[in-house]
Design a binder for this molecule. Structure first.
Ligand code: ADP
Ligand code: MG
Length: 263
């Protein structure tokens, strides 16, 4: 498989990767349409605290829409989404409460280009959380150290490589202290030599026990880090299994076809 130099299973520290019986996310009979187009069909999914779930599937199958519904970047029309016990409704207070819990990292980083790395990381803590600037900057530096780029703090995103920008995006997200992290193809826009530095950061987050929902085609990451892999096609969850069984013994014909194309 194509994942460059990801740690072998034995090298990932699984001691803190424990799955709780408490639900982080509960999705029940969830449906979404874009106009007339039925993009998500009867999605049922429980994510328990501490789980690392990889979502894969062909382009256009609804992966991004599904995870964007979890923090209401997209709105679902039928069914229920409950995040850390809070039901997603039209009540903006609830939406805010949910967004406090959930961090998101995008394919194209989405950093503010006119702000330094440090300012990117302190903006929301200062203005949304009312954190004193000094504290926000100390926290930002801690997370920039965690993603191994503290020396870039005073540069602008455009001065960094794609891999560095994505690590800033992860640090920025962590500065809001989320309990759940959503990743939407975080390495798809990166040159191959930069994929590993981003995956390494994601591995270390998983090792710290973070609940993660990761849309990716990095099947090496799925094998070493995920506890469950979901395959989506045509707006539905077609198959869901532990990585071992998912890769060695896929049940659905569409899963088999997909795996034969990417592995
Ligand atoms: P994936 O992430 O699996 O590639 P998406 O969730 O992005 O799939 O998209 C699923 C389907 O919904 C695609 O057919 C896409 O063209 C369509 N779609 C995505 N966003 C919108 C939108 N804002 N309006 C209309 N159709 C959309
Ligand atoms: Mg997508």
């Amino acid at each position: 498989d194509r994942t460059p130099h990801l740690p072998e299973k034995g090298q990932v520290d699984t001691s803190r990767m424990t799955v709780s019986q408490e639900k982080a996310i509960e999705i029940r009979s969830m449906n979404k349409w874009y106009g007339d187009f039925h993009v998500l069909r009867d999605i049922d999914l429980d994510v328990f605290k501490g789980e690392r779930i990889v979502i894969c599937g062909p382009s256009g199958s609804g992966k991004s829409t599904l995870i964007r519904c979890v923090n209401r970047l997209e709105q679902h029309q039928k069914g229920r989404i409950i995040v850390d016990g809070i039901e997603m409704t039209d009540d903006l207070k609830k939406v805010d409460e949910i967004r406090r819990e959930v961090g998101m990292v995008f394919q194209h980083f989405n950093l503010f280009p006119h702000m330094t790395v440090l300012d990117n990381c302190t903006l929301a803590p200062i203005w949304v959380r009312k954190m004193p600037r000094k504290q926000a900057e100390e926290q930002a530096m801690e997370y920039l150290e965690r993603v191994r780029i503290p020396e870039q703090a005073h540069k602008y995103p455009g001065q960094l490589s794609g891999g560095q920008q994505q690590r800033v995006a992860i640090a920025r997200s962590l500065c809001m202290n989320p309990r759940i992290m959503l990743f939407d193809e975080p390495t798809s826009a990166l040159d191959p030599e930069m994929i590993k530095e981003v995956l390494d950061v994601m591995v270390s987050l998983a090792e710290d026990g973070m609940t993660m929902l990761v849309v990716t085609h990095e099947m090496g990451f799925a094998r070493t880090v995920a506890n469950r892999v979901i395959f989506m096609d045509d707006g539905q969850i077609v198959e869901m299994n532990e990585p071992e069984a998912f890769f060695s013994n896929p049940q659905n014909e569409r899963t088999k076809l997909f795996l034969s194309q990417i592995l």
